[in-house]
Design a protein around this ligand. Structure first.
Ligand SMILES: Nc1ncnc2c1ncn2[C@@H]1O[C@H](COP(=O)(O)OP(=O)(O)OP(=O)(O)O)[C@@H](O)[C@H]1O
Length: 221
């Protein structure tokens, strides 16, 4: 699906991704781990740029429009699937079918906030689920997520990850949770200072081998 060779990325004079080789196969679930500043988000946005025709991105910054409702924010995921006129009409006067779709999706994500509520009044975990719903509503074959579950408890994170995997052929995610990476992903890659220092099937790894890729575990070890 994607083959990257000798990739280097910089911000001004600072090298953030350094001489990285990576291939990703269709159908894989790939977790990206690494301490803060290792270059995970930079690599993820590069992957999205390469795959965006078929991929939905759920980024760390979320990109929600605070003044707009849950419905409007989620519906934005479908803008590319409809004509401009249809979108304008539907954003002004939401159609029953679209409302039902968004409502059902929110229910599947255990998001109990009313659809008309502005996202500015939601909790961090609710906002994260609105961003997730918008990405799922794009109905792409690949999901690219940057710490998409960081504001949720581990049980909820596992439920939502299962849902994301059921709806996408390929899943690529930056994770800050070694349990989740080990239990739900086929393959784990680890970054350190912009270099790819780990690339193994999750079945060959354990929590101890991953500890150095997580800031909290580094701080407590
Ligand atoms: N827009 C930017 N301008 C300048 N430097 C940046 C920018 N974005 C990221 N960087 C730098 O690039 C490096 C890697 O950042 P990146 O966000 O990719 O790391 P990360 O592994 O995702 O970190 P975190 O886990 O904290 O989100 C960091 O040193 C960061 O300061």
């Amino acid at each position: 699906m994607l083959q990257i060779e000798s990739l280097s990325l910089s911000y001004r004079d600072t090298r953030v991704i350094d001489d990285l080789d990576l291939s990703i196969k269709r159908g894989e679930s790939l977790a990206i781990v690494g301490p803060s500043g290792a270059g995970k988000s930079t690599l993820l946005s590069y992957l999205y740029q390469q795959l965006k025709q078929d991929a939905a991105l759920c980024s760390q910054s979320q990109g929600l429009v605070d003044g707009l409702s849950v419905f409007h924010n989620v519906y934005m995921g479908a803008l590319a699937r409809h004509s401009a006129v249809y979108n304008l009409l539907n954003l002004a006067w939401p159609m029953a079918g679209r409302r039902q779709e968004v409502e059902l999706l929110c229910r599947e994500l255990y998001l109990d906030a009313p659809l008309h509520k502005p996202v500015s009044s939601l909790s961090g975990g609710q906002r994260q689920r609105v961003a997730l719903a918008r990405a799922l509503y794009q109905e792409k074959t690949t999901f690219i997520g940057d710490e998409s579950f960081s504001a949720l408890d581990p049980v909820m994170a596992q439920r939502l990850l299962s849902l994301v995997k059921a709806r996408h052929e390929t899943v690529i995610m930056v994770l800050h949770d070694s349990e989740l990476a080990l239990s739900h992903f086929d393959r784990i890659i680890g970054l350190s200072d912009g270099k790819l220092v780990l690339d193994k099937p999750a079945s060959l790894l354990d929590g101890e081998q991953l500890a150095c890729f997580f800031d909290t575990q580094m701080a407590t070890s």
